[in-house]
Design a protein around this ligand. Sequence first.
Ligand SMILES: [Zn+2]
Length: 132
Amino acid sequence: MKKTDMKPKTIKILGFTYRVHVCDQSQFPEGFRDNNVGHVHHDTSDIYISTKCSRENQISILIHEVVHTISSKQGLNLTEETVIRLETGLFSFFSDNDFQPFKVLDEVDEVDEVDETLPECGNEIAPGIDIR
Ligand SMILES: [Zn+2]
């Protein structure tokens, strides 16, 4: 079975399912094959990542395309430079901490008992929305 015949992995972004294709750039949609190592196609919910990049770069590209998608779906209109800066920051945070959100929270719950004397943690960006 050729790699391109394999079923793509899917991820959810803001409730929308996106197929992730790690493939040769010749498989990217027309108009996005040259000078692009990653591309998100919002109309078809497909994310393309070039096989010519290292695994680390592929992960960074995936983060980049996820940031683009959040920007688009939330109407943030982030510039390419801002998307790149968020990609770099998030990739660094995830890789430097071997970050696996749900696993990390499970480990914290096992070690630390909840201190009932502490005030409830809220979301300071959007008060009233609990992000835990
Ligand atoms: Zn971009």
